[in-house]
Design a protein around this ligand. Structure first.
Ligand SMILES: *Cc1c(COP(=O)(O)O)cnc(C)c1O
Length: 501
């Protein structure tokens, strides 16, 4: 399957060329140019792609764990520069592949699990229970038991969960390791609403009450941490939360709870695009289009969260902020450097010998995946737009966001098809395999400089965080996409262990 390697220099120039034409052969109108990692467009990857899709089906998810480790290392470096005791717990619901678990484990990083199966798989892959947290939104008795028996820390969400964990621990005669999920932080004069966790104003009275009325309950619980996970990507909100949690930790310690860590959850921002200008221009033109002052950029002028009411637009974009300026480690550094009392948050953690933990998912998967799908049909609509049918459905590159606002790439078919390519400059939309009118893989109109042929591959870049698996469905009895892991030493791709029964 492996092709002969050209010399290093040839490889670079060939890589540049492939890379450029892959981009220009499929571009948004206007473009939203993807950030790519070298492995994604390396000749070694591209030359195998058609064979891999033939062998494993379309679409196909390719993943690589090196960027994952690099992203995590950058967070540790920030914490280290502030001399803060720190641990990352990878939120594995963002990607189901076990390669990420093994990579994290090989470096001693932790894992955040969100279900019983996620937990069992992680335990089976030898991750020690001190390096696992369970933040499942709803926890069955079986899950609570699995956590208690294995020694996995439970992030407790509500009084019922707390009581059930205590009862179960007593029955199993084993202490449960727990952290309390806290919410309801004050920010900018408002309380941040959340369906998760204990309200920050209620937790101390609740624990005081338990200490008095049911001391046995608390004896079975080893309360070692406080935890939050906020919706969105606001740095300022997380700073507010920490400023309110530090005094809470002091209070809990005064009440004899052995608090060792604060866990700030995930939601670390990332960028899918390099160009802020492209991002701003896209929205500027899109808004004009929604007001009928410009050709539509989207399928049937889909608003992507914005709505026209007479001559104005209401609502806000219902899309991930694909371009963000302060991301990843720099964003995290801003949290640690934020003021707290007379010092900064980092020094407040240090003085208290508190460990800081976090549970990023999406952001540490930046650069770790692509999804490839095969073109099966092209047809022109009466209005001139082309519809490009792919062997793929929209749950296979999708999150709760209205659209994937990153330009795909195009890899031309390997063999000459008996059917001619569409004319150069063809423009239109990518459609998927579900039987609904709304089944589009991208809502944005795309242009294909050299046309589109049967057997071409469309590559969706940077899909490892959520896009691959979060909403994937087996509707219509389509099989789920296969997941292949890149092995840089051999240049080969192998099925991820998640595919094994
Ligand atoms: C989903 C989730 C995360 C990960 O969030 P990202 O936005 O992917 O970083 C972390 N913690 C909890 C509790 C979550 O539910």
């Amino acid at each position: 399957m492996k092709t002969m390697e050209p010399s290093a220099r040839e490889e670079v120039s060939q890589s540049d060329q492939t890379h450029t034409s892959m981009r220009t052969d499929c571009q948004g109108m206007p473009p939203l140019t993807a950030r790519l990692e070298p492995w994604m467009t390396a000749p070694g990857t591209i030359s195998q792609l058609h064979h891999l899709v033939q062998e494993h089906g379309s679409p196909l998810n390719l993943i690589h764990t090196d960027p994952f480790l690099r992203n995590i290392d950058a967070l540790y470096q920030v914490a280290e520069s502030h001399q803060v005791d720190f641990d990352v717990y990878f939120a594995r619901k963002a990607n189901k592949c076990l390669a990420f678990i093994d990579a994290a484990h090989s470096r001693g990083f932790g894992i955040d699990t969100a279900s019983e199966n996620e937990l069992h798989q992680v335990l089976k892959h030898q991750v020690p229970s001190e390096k696992i947290i369970c933040t499942a939104a709803v926890k069955s008795e079986a899950l609570l038991q699995a956590c208690i028996v294995s020694g996995t820390t439970l992030a407790i969400d509500n009084p019922d969960e707390l009581s059930r964990t205590a009862l179960l621990s007593a029955r199993l005669d084993r202490q449960a390791e727990i952290a309390l999920r806290i919410s309801g932080f004050q920010h900018d004069g408002h309380k941040l609403p959340s369906r998760f966790g204990f309200d920050i104003e209620k937790i101390v009275p609740l624990l005081r009450d338990l200490q008095q009325s049911a001391p046995n309950t608390l004896q079975t619980l080893n309360l070692t941490g406080v935890h939050f996970h906020l919706d969105g990507y606001s740095q300022a909100q997380r700073i507010s939360a920490l400023r309110q949690l530090l005094p809470l930790v002091d209070q809990l310690r005064d009440m004899q709870f052995p608090i060792r860590f604060i866990d700030i959850g995930g939601g670390f921002p990332m960028s899918y695009l390099d160009s802020e200008t492209e991002w701003n221009e896209f929205w500027m033109i899109h808004k004009q289009a929604l007001l009928d002052r410009q050709e539509p950029l989207t399928w049937q002028n889909h608003g992507l969260g914005l709505q026209r009411v007479e001559d104005r637009l209401i609502g806000k974009p219902h899309c991930y902020p694909y371009y963000q300026s302060l991301v990843q480690a720099d964003w995290f550094n801003g949290i640690l450097s934020a003021q707290y009392e007379t010092g900064i948050i980092a020094s407040a953690l240090q003085e208290r010998t508190l460990q800081l933990r976090c549970e990023p998912g999406r952001s540490i998967l930046d650069g770790c995946g692509i999804t490839a799908a095969r073109v099966e049909s092209r047809k022109q609509q009466p209005n001139g737009d082309w519809l490009i049918g792919l062997s793929m459905n929209r749950t296979q590159c999708r999150t709760s966001s209205d659209d994937f606002l990153v330009d795909p790439l195009l890899v031309p078919a390997m063999d000459e098809s008996p059917l001619p390519r569409t004319p150069p400059g063809t423009s239109g939309f990518l459609t998927g395999a579900y039987c609904t009118e709304s089944e589009l893989l991208c809502l944005r109109k795309l242009q294909f400089t050299r046309g589109v042929g049967i057997g071409d591959l469309i590559l969706f870049p940077n899909t490892a965080g959520y896009f691959m698996h979060f909403l994937e469905s087996r509707s219509h009895q389509f099989p789920l996409a296969k997941n292949l892991v890149y092995h840089p030493q051999t240049g080969e791709y192998h099925l991820d262990a998640i595919e094994a029964p």
